[in-house]
Write a protein of this length. Sequence first.
Length: 257
Amino acid sequence: MIHPTAIIDPKAEISEGVEIGPYSVIEKGVSIGEGTKIGPHVVIREGTQIGKECQIFQFASIGEAPQAFAYKGEKTSLLIGNQNIVREYVTLHRGTIMGGGKTVIGNNNYFMAYSHVAHDCYIGNQVVLANGATLAGHILIEDYAIVGGLSAIHQFCRVGTQAFISGLTGVSLDIPPYTLAAGDRAKLFGLNTVGLKRHHFSEEILKALKKAYRILFRSGLTLEKAMKMVEEDIISQTKEVQHLLDFIQHSKRGISR
């Protein structure tokens, strides 16, 4: 059902089964996949592609121009996958040319009210941004990560898979996979054990990750020496430990500890 007060450009692509509520605005060049539900007073700007069976609640702003001084009106995009939930007043911005031209959001993510995803971010699958969580530009969030309410993440940071960032946390460095971070300037407080158990990580994997965590972040060694120690240990044969090492090795901003 498309409400008669909705304003939809003739050049927008609206698939079968899409619902669009009162007073929503859909610009040209927008594509919306089957079964997606758009609430009232939603604005979806040119360059936005939305997948199937998403839910976008009232007053969300989707695909707006990036808040970047370097942006001069170039055509860029916001690509959203399937089955995402976007709650009230969420803002998701397009990319910039200098950042590759697109913001990308995967599948089955949950963006709670007032959360913000800035230009050129890459969000994986089954990520949660709680109320008021804010991502600056050029941020990577890997699968299953959770960002707590009213947290803020600095541009160019990365958040690893299965990481949990507590509410009111300021993130200025990369958050390693599988870890729990909190604080005015984020510090690590161990593994995200509860989350890992919920996702059925085996005891063997948990033990390997715990040992790797102790060596990397609590041994007092430099990160370089600690990584070498982990690489020489049998636990490095675990794919999760290997991903943790790869994530740290490719950090450009540095790693929260």
